[in-house]
Design a protein around this ligand. Structure first.
Ligand SMILES: *Cc1c(COP(=O)(O)O)cnc(C)c1O
Length: 450
């Protein structure tokens, strides 16, 4: 098969709305779905997608929507990237599965090599080692497991506003009980939720916020009982919260002094999204373990747990793994993503998006007092909507703006424990023209609902 028959390169990078949204065909499929899919699997925007390329998704009614969500930061290098599709197709025709823990294959090793070269703290003399799994939640589960094995301690520290997944352990680590943990108990034990750094709301410096976090954990958990501290360098579901300067380094120092494994959950912020391969680089921290998933394989399921050798090596043979973990097709796709990041200068593209998109959002902030803050790094940006003149969340306006944009063919997503923010996760290849179009729809929406 040629590349042209495999990909949808012909989709023009333009918004085009031809029916109401969702359209009649989407509504018909949605009715069928209701009969056979439980409501717990909720779709934010029930527009059924037929195909997609780069920043445009085409629904079953022929609408071309601008995707500013990217499957929540998964299609970082765009939908159906030609190199990813070609690499996955080639691997699919060679071998789709053997089970790495039975008879292994090279693409897994190549993914581990790339991660060893890019995780801050890893060196050629002492490279970090990687276990591959399927999902972000599995990455978190295994990070905790490995930290417990290494330290022999039970405690898991997390931060308020955190999100780490929907498995039994990770749902207990999230800030929000509803919808993630409520009714699914008993919840996992030995989890301690400490105050985070949220500059817009706490007004604390990084040092002050870290002192508060540490004091809480020392009192409530006891440092010597903690196996790990799991932090998202930029909190994702929590509202794209960028901690104050110095906060993360102070936590990392405290972890080192107390033998606590510092785990950076980079599932959403990692993989070139913020302008560096891992966002934690920008905070000057060398984590003991880094977790990757979402954007790592251009849309295929894959997750990495990458850590210091002495920590990773504590597990006995057979203690780590899983049937599909590090699937060869996903690994081949990930290698293609890594090559794309390097060959296409995608880190610089993330910076372009920060300038163009972030700059545009700041202009809107000057015009719309409901925008309390514009924040984020690279192509991980958000606006927090407030009651004008206060920092009180304005969840109603968030919903109104998102609904207004959806009707006009722009896919946006909220974020934050009070739904106080709209987050933007564009493809790193999103054109300046598309960004301008998204900004104009946002401007209209904020004007319409002012
Ligand atoms: C999405 C997410 C997860 C969970 O990943 P899944 O692949 O959905 O299991 C964990 N941590 C963070 C920071 C995430 O954004």
């Amino acid at each position: 098969m040629s590349e042209a028959t495999l990909t949808e390169t012909s989709i023009p990078q333009q918004r085009l709305v031809v029916t109401e949204i969702p359209g009649p065909r989407s509504r018909e499929i949605h009715e069928r779905r209701r009969a056979v899919v439980p409501p717990g699997v909720h779709s934010v925007l029930p527009v059924y997608v037929e195909r997609a390329h780069d920043s445009i998704v085409v629904d079953v009614d022929g609408n071309h929507l601008i995707d500013v969500c990217g499957g929540i930061g998964v299609t970082t290098i765009g939908h159906t990237d030609e190199a990813v599709v070609a690499a996955a197709a080639e691997q699919l025709g060679k071998v789709t599965h053997t089970l790495f823990t039975m008879t292994p294959y090279e693409p897994y090793v190549r993914v581990a090599e790339y991660l060893a070269q890019h995780v801050p703290g890893s060196t050629p003399e002492q490279p970090y080692k990687t276990l591959l799994m399927n999902s972000g939640a599995e990455a978190v589960e295994n990070g905790v497991k490995i930290a417990r094995k290494h330290t022999g301690r039970p405690g898991v520290a997390v931060l308020e506003h955190a999100y780490h997944g929907r498995t039994m352990l990770t749902s207990s680590m999230n800030h929000k009980a509803a919808p993630y943990a409520l009714g699914y108990g008993p919840r996992a034990g030995n989890i301690y939720k400490a105050p985070n750094s949220y500059p817009l709301h706490d007004g604390l410096s990084g040092a002050e916020a870290a002192a508060r976090t540490i004091a809480y954990l020392e009192k409530v958990a006891g440092a010597e009982d903690l196996a790990c501290l799991v932090v998202e360098p930029i909190q994702g579901e929590g509202g794209f919260i960028v901690p104050a300067d110095g906060y993360l380094p102070a936590l990392a120092d405290w972890c080192r002094e107390n033998g606590i494994v510092f785990i950076a959950d980079e599932v959403q912020a990692g993989m070139a999204r913020t302008g560096t391969v891992f966002s934690i680089e920008q905070f000057g921290v060398e984590p003991d373990i880094v977790l990757s998933a979402k954007g790592i394989a251009g849309g295929l399921p894959l997750a990495g747990i990458t850590g210091r050798a002495e920590i990773m090596d504590k597990s006995q043979p057979g203690g780590l793994g899983g049937t599909f973990g590090g699937n060869p097709v996903s690994c081949a796709a990930a290698v293609a993503v890594f090559e794309r990041i390097d060959s296409e200068g995608l880190l610089a593209e993330a910076k372009r998006i920060e300038t163009v998109f972030g700059g545009g959002l700041r202009e809107l902030q000057g015009k719309h007092p409901a925008i309390g803050e514009v924040r984020g790094k690279g192509a991980m940006l958000a606006i927090e909507l407030v009651q004008p003149g206060t920092v009180e969340p304005n969840a109603e306006l968030v919903s109104q703006v998102i609904a207004y944009a959806a009707e006009r063919g722009v896919i946006l997503l909220s974020s934050g424990v009070s739904n106080q923010a709209i987050r933007f996760l564009p493809s790193l290849k999103m054109t300046d023209e598309l960004i301008a179009d998204v900004l104009s729809v946002l401007d209209e929406a904020l004007t319409a609902h002012a």
